[in-house]
Design a protein around this ligand. Sequence first.
Ligand code: COA
Length: 183
Amino acid sequence: MKIIDLSPGQPDLIEQAARQLVDGFRQHWPNAWPDMESARQEVHEALEAGKIARAALDDEGRLLGWVGAMPEYDGQAWELHPLVVDPAFQGQGIGQALVADLENQVKTCGGATIFLGTDDEDDMTSLSGVDLYPNVWEHIARIRNLKGHPYEFYQKQGYAIVGVIPDANGAGKPDIIMSKRVG
Ligand SMILES: CC(C)(COP(=O)(O)OP(=O)(O)OC[C@H]1O[C@@H](n2cnc3c(N)ncnc32)[C@H](O)[C@@H]1OP(=O)(O)O)[C@@H](O)C(=O)NCCC(=O)NCCS
């Protein structure tokens, strides 16, 4: 496997990247990228100047997964968005490799922190389906993973839960905010 820049001059990879957004998010986030048109738009936005987009390829040049990030807070903190690994190749360390590569890229760009929001719209964690107010932090402290929510993947890469946006996706459907110091 190798990890390279994903760039506008790679139409075949862009099409595969869009397909992975549709397929990778369909089960638990069906509203994220419901069709190829919305997914292509997302990939093109990820390729805009000043952002980072990195692609993991196998030996035949097929796309295994990809990750994007954009600078916020004057470039001090970068938002990771999106991250997806082809469902056929999940659980083989590709997501971990993409995140590690992204951290190096952000560091090179002078960033100190990577943050992300990871939605729970499908009762995947104990933060879903409950009223998180008023003691939001008590709920966070007791979080449990019920259906393989990716917050645990990010924890394994050293990311901490730094907050939650209750009801971000409708009542009882929060966005879980995580970050890591990389600089
Ligand atoms: C989440 C995702 C990017 C992980 O990529 P991956 O290549 O399957 O993950 P890796 O094989 O690198 O896993 C690294 C570690 O995280 C763990 N892990 C991976 N996904 C996990 C999940 N959903 N829940 C809990 N742990 C997970 C693995 O078991 C592994 O643990 P280990 O180091 O103890 O062996 C991938 O499953 C995916 O694309 N999912 C759909 C889209 C998505 O959820 N994107 C992120 C939304 S914010």
